[in-house]
Design a protein around this ligand. Structure first.
Ligand code: ASP
Length: 323
């Protein structure tokens, strides 16, 4: 009798789980963005969430949890129930943090199942609107003359803006004073207010501000100029040979999320990267979505693992750790 009852209980349990997966999603899904609201990653997340909401028939709600170069929000996502109702959208910091932070409470690779890649966003070197320099050449000259009197805003150690700034300062061989924020959303507010001088940030945060003349744009970090900001030279053509940086973004679920759910989310992401509204908004912001065959769990896992391997020797050689 006991065996029959427990058999029955497990059949009921199995079929309940199976139907939960088939019916998924039956309630809103939280997308944790481990950067501050109003910033470039947040912008990418909101556009993707809106498109996936249409496909999945349930609201994808973006929640910002910025701090410590994305590790605060990512730790929260790693602890979440692997039921498809909490996701993580992060950029390259998912890989660089694996080496930069030696005391993480989670493993940036093992704690997550990839859903898919989203976009590789170019970056721009920018400054407050009344900054004296009017070209990238003048900017470099000004920094050389004023060194640590120039302030550089970034989103915390290991963030994309921090990595770009480190690379830029190494290329011109002059340090600036770095000022950390919870994301480049709030950093942009201070740049607009004139409280900080210079920043390197994704085009998804800077394009509209440059075009409106609210900040100065000097150069792009891609090998080619961008159609959306055609007057900005590349750093490579401006004398910093080989300078290149784009910020890849990916969508993840906590490890152990049922495969059927990951598949459903990935299909919705593949639809999002082909959604004409997303393509158009991304183009306005200087970026393009990945092709749909890259918005897959396999492509995401492969990229994350390759990037963790790539950043490890770079960070170890620099000997700079966040903790
Ligand atoms: N642009 C930020 C970074 O430097 C992230 C953000 O605020 O979205 O990583």
């Amino acid at each position: 009798m006991y065996r029959f009852a427990s058999m029955l209980a497990s059949i009921v349990l199995v079929s309940a789980t199976a139907s939960a997966q088939t019916d998924y999603p039956t309630r809103p899904i939280t997308v944790l963005v481990p950067h501050a609201a109003g910033g470039p990653t947040d912008t990418v997340a909101r556009l993707i969430a809106e498109s996936m909401t249409g496909t999945l028939g349930q609201q994808l709600v973006v929640e910002n949890a910025g701090g410590a170069g994305s590790t605060v929000g990512t730790a929260r996502a790693a602890r979440a129930e692997p039921d498809g109702y909490t996701l993580l959208l992060n950029h390259v910091a998912q890989a660089s943090s694996a080496t930069l932070y030696r005391k993480l409470s989670y493993d940036p690779d093992a704690a997550f199942d990839g859903i898919g890649r989203i976009t590789d966003v170019p970056m721009t070197i920018v400054a407050r609107a009344d900054f004296p320099a009017n070209s990238i050449g003048e900017l470099i000259e000004y920094i050389r003359a004023n060194k640590e009197n120039v302030t550089y805003a970034h989103a915390g150690v290991g963030s994309a803006s921090h990595l770009c700034g480190m690379q830029f300062m190494a290329a011109i061989d002059v340090p600036m004073t770095t000022v950390p924020y919870k994301g480049t959303g709030p950093a942009m507010t201070d740049l607009l207010g004139g409280q900080v001088d210079v920043m390197c940030d994704q085009t998804t945060n800077t394009t509209n501000q440059i075009k409106a003349g609210k900040i100065k744009g000097y150069a792009v970090t891609t090998r080619e100029r961008l159609a959306v900001l055609p007057d900005l030279p590349t750093l490579d053509e401006s004398g910093l040979a080989g300078f290149e940086m784009t910020v890849w973004h990916g969508l993840y679920a906590p490890a152990g999320t049922p495969k059927e759910i990951i598949e459903k989310l990935s299909k919705a992401l593949q639809a999002a990267v082909q959604d004409p509204k997303v393509v158009e908004r991304f183009a306005d912001l200087g970026t393009v979505p990945v092709p749909p065959d890259q918005a897959t769990p396999a492509a995401m896992d492969q990229l994350l693992q390759a990037e963790i391997v790539k950043w490890k020797p770079i960070i170890k050689a620099a000997g700079v750790y966040a903790d």
